[in-house]
Design a protein around this ligand. Structure first.
Ligand SMILES: [Zn+2]
Length: 75
């Protein structure tokens, strides 16, 4: 894992998550184009910056980019 120097997102390995987590993240979505919840996404990619972690994928319904922000339980 390389450290980003300029705050650019780093790609993480989404497939390293457990199957349960992957299924949850892929089904619990919000699409800004369809304006509907839980349509699902395909082709997920996970990214992180210092401040946040999120998953980008394609909406199952419209095929546009949909983003799911991940809240990690860390102090
Ligand atoms: Zn959509």
């Amino acid at each position: 894992m390389t450290e980003s120097l300029d705050g650019q997102p780093i790609e993480r390995d989404f497939s390293a998550r457990s199957m349960e987590e992957q299924e949850d993240f892929l089904s619990q979505t919000w699409c800004n184009h369809c304006l509907e919840m839980d349509l699902g996404m395909v082709n997920p990619k996970e990214y992180e910056t210092k401040e946040r972690i999120w998953i980008e994928g394609e909406c199952v319904k419209c095929g546009k980019v949909t983003v799911t922000e991940i809240v990690e339980e860390e102090e």
